[in-house]
Design a protein around this ligand. Structure first.
Ligand code: SF4
Ligand code: SF4
Ligand code: SF4
Length: 323
């Protein structure tokens, strides 16, 4: 069993304890009023992977090399150098798009920007934080001590550590808004949304995106729907199309307390690689366990993290002194 899986199993045990009422638990956090997000509609996705290439260009991430071939859209999963992946689901004859049996579909994998993120809750030095207005889950590499708790605490296995680099950092989608990129702060669209030709990847407030997803799911298959491109509120850049037969499931509306990136599709989301998760956030469970175990005491993990932070700060200082 890998370390990540072992600790997740331990978290499952903690969840069972919470369920049994043996520890105190806090409720899930509520979505922020102006939280932003992305709606990925797999039925609109044509698998062009323009979003994968744009993500790499904007975030200055290296291409994937296969022999002498250099590709910007070939990664099979999220890595320290790939924040966004488009995958393919195929079944049987794969004849019909967005159909589970004998059909095919595209699927997206990237950080879900959870409403109540496990990565933020588990970080002992607050290197992972949630922006108080946008809700974007951001990262401060200067504070990070490399403990990798965030990797273990993420239900989607998103944060990646640069193991090859002695000064490795955690890598994941920061919504194109980390220092030096700042697209959201400048009023621009996230790179993947900007280039998506069909509006399969759509930007807006979580509230508006949720309403848009519900509008689509409420349409009768074959009914003409107007689909915006870019921003969910854009009424100019739109196209009309017959509604497909959607699964009645907005992935991310409730999973682990909700996410700011949400997915809808014609094929069950589980088949598209989205894990089946409870409505309780991992963060609420983990914090409940911690508070119960360490009520009135300083948690050893926090003391240890403080020590590690001091070590890292002193190490960085001596690195600078050496230069
Ligand atoms: S998907 Fe994982 S990395 Fe992204 S916000 Fe949620 S817990 Fe954090
Ligand atoms: S929001 Fe930016 S970093 Fe995140 S997947 Fe899209 S392009 Fe990549
Ligand atoms: S750019 Fe849009 S249509 Fe192309 S793969 Fe990405 S989400 Fe799908």
């Amino acid at each position: 069993m890998k370390r990540r899986d072992f600790i997740k199993a331990a978290a499952g045990g903690a969840a069972a304890l919470c369920g049994a009422g043996s520890v105190e638990a806090r409720p899930n956090k509520e979505p922020l009023e102006n939280a932003v997000g992305i709606l990925y509609d797999a039925t609109l996705c044509v698998g062009c992977k323009a979003c994968v290439r744009a993500c790499k260009e904007i975030n200055d991430l290296p291409p994937v090399t296969q022999g002498e071939e250099v590709q910007y859209d070939a990664s099979r999963g999220v890595t320290g150098a790939t924040y966004n992946v488009i995958k393919v689901y195929k079944n049987g004859t794969s004849e019909v798009k967005d159909r589970e049996i004998d059909g095919f579909s595209f699927a997206k994998k990237s950080c879900m920007h959870c409403v109540d993120p496990g990565c933020v809750s588990s970080c002992p030095v607050s290197a992972m934080t949630k922006h108080p207005v946008t809700g974007i889950v951001q990262y401060n590499p200067d504070t990070c001590i490399g403990c990798r708790n965030c990797m273990v605490a993420c239900p989607f296995n998103i944060p990646q550590y640069e193991f090859h680099d002695p000064r490795g950092q955690i890598q994941k989608c920061f919504f194109c808004n980390q220092a030096g990129v700042d697209r959201i702060s400048q009023g621009l669209l996230p790179g993947c949304v900007d280039v998506c030709p069909t509006g399969a990847t759509l930007f807006g407030t979580r509230k508006d995106l949720l309403a848009e997803a519900k509008r689509r799911l409420a349409a009768k298959p074959g009914e003409t729907l107007t689909y915006p491109r870019g921003r969910v509120t854009d009424q100019v850049h739109t196209h009309e199309k017959a509604a497909p037969e959607y699964q009645q499931h907005i992935y991310g509306e409730h999973e682990v307390g909700g996410t700011q990136v949400m997915h809808i599709a014609g094929v069950p989301l589980k088949k598209l690689g989205m894990p089946e998760l409870p409505e309780r956030s991992y963060a609420s469970i983990a914090e409940g366990v911690q508070h119960t175990l360490y009520k009135g005491m300083i948690a050893p993990a926090i003391a240890l993290a403080g020590l590690a932070y001091v070590v890292k700060r002193n190490t960085s200082q001596s690195d600078q002194d050496d230069e």
